[in-house]
Design a binder for this molecule. Structure first.
Ligand SMILES: Nc1nc2c(ncn2[C@@H]2O[C@H](COP(=O)(O)OP(=O)(O)OP(=O)(O)O)[C@@H](O)[C@H]2O)c(=O)[nH]1
Ligand SMILES: [Mg+2]
Length: 328
């Protein structure tokens, strides 16, 4: 690792915000320094509590996050925020909106806000988000908040990085929940019906409560005995319902901490992370070797010409120990 990369980590650990910002940029740019950075910060991670806020575009996530930051700051907690938009390949409009909405906190030394959008692969975004959360954790933030749009697979991967997840819906999203149901119940610890000043909020609340009730024995529910997903209403712009929402977040955290579920969740996360990293490494290696390695390239050629089916090729490559090869 370059001297400057190392120095950056040291400066970040001493509380240098500019160094933190530059390390996040390294992560976004998939710098080859990232594994070494992660290795060095590891002893300083694991302290922060991760809160996820997810929901459809424009449901008021950033407005809610902005108010939650204020509540956390009032308690003296420091807060790092990552706003992730998997739907946008650009650092564009939504991100600008986040900046404006959270501007009041931008000068607060106890707050650090960063927006991220997709650059290149979607899969890479979940990994980058995890790495940024670790940086914020190592920096010393008591809470790390991740705001993410929607409930597709990438978004689910991102939201699974959180200890507690708030799913934000609005009265207009009534129809959308039908299609998102499975995904929502897989991640929601708390349902927040925002824009409760609009028609249909109570209807949505009833619908969600019914859904929670029906699925109270589902997988996600079964993993947290003693917790029935609460359904709350908020009017984020006015700050109405925010104390209740924050109360439920804290109650959920306490339950996780006292029941041992938090550690179990974090272990499940570490396991997923390890698997993912191994698979990524192997994939990278095999991609590099497929063309370069004589034996593998021979198989590739036969498959390309159609002379050999890929199933037989894989079986032979693995059976003959051509790949993976033992380390030299
Ligand atoms: N009427 C009403 N409008 C709200 C409420 N909360 C937020 N809004 C408005 O909804 C719009 C979107 O709010 P954001 O906080 O940017 O929503 P978001 O979910 O972060 O949006 P994206 O990040 O773009 O997906 C803004 O114009 C807010 O002022 C609410 O409780 N009632
Ligand atoms: Mg937003």
């Amino acid at each position: 690792m370059s001297e400057s990369g190392l120095a950056l980590v040291d400066r970040m650990l001493e509380g240098d915000r500019l160094a933190l910002a530059r390390l996040i940029t390294l992560v976004e740019n998939r710098s080859p320094l990232v594994p070494e950075v992660m290795r060095r910060i590891h002893p300083r991670t694991g302290r922060a509590y991760a809160l996820g806020v997810t929901g459809p575009p424009g449901s008021g996530k950033s407005t809610l996050v902005d108010k939650l930051i204020a509540l956390l700051r009032r308690e003296g907690a420091s807060v790092g925020i990552v706003a992730v938009d998997p739907t946008s390949p650009f650092t564009g409009g939504a991100v600008l909106g986040d900046r404006i909405r959270m501007q009041a906190h931008a000068l607060d030394p106890g707050v650090f806000i960063r927006s991220m959008a997709t650059r290149g692969s979607l899969g890479g975004l979940a990994r980058a988000t995890r790495e940024v959360l670790k940086l914020l954790d190592a920096f010393g933030m008591d809470w790390v908040l991740v705001e993410t749009v929607g409930v597709g697979q990438t978004e689910l991967d991102i939201i699974k990085l959180a200890d507690t997840t708030v799913v934000v819906l609005v009265p207009e999203s009534g129809d959308a929940i039908q299609t998102m149901k499975a995904g929502l119940l897989e991640v929601a610890d708390i349902f927040c019906v925002n824009k409760a000043d609009r028609d249909g909020a109570q209807h949505l609340v009833a619908e969600l409560r019914f859904m929670v009730h029906l699925h109270r024995e589902g997988r996600h529910a079964a993993q947290q005995p003693g917790w029935e997903i609460p359904v709350l209403t908020t009017r984020a712009v006015e700050g109405a319902g925010l104390d209740e929402l924050f109360g439920e977040i804290r109650r959920h955290r306490e339950l996780l901490e006292t029941s041992g579920t938090l550690e179990a969740r974090r272990q499940a996360r570490r396991r997923r992370e390890l698997y993912e990293l191994i698979v990524q490494e192997l994939r990278r290696e095999v991609e590099g070797q497929l063309e370069a390695d004589g034996a593998l390239a021979g198989y590739l050629e036969q498959v390309l010409s159609g002379a050999l089916d890929p199933y037989s090729a894989v079986a032979e490559i693995l059976a003959k120990g051509i790949w993976p090869r033992p380390a030299p």
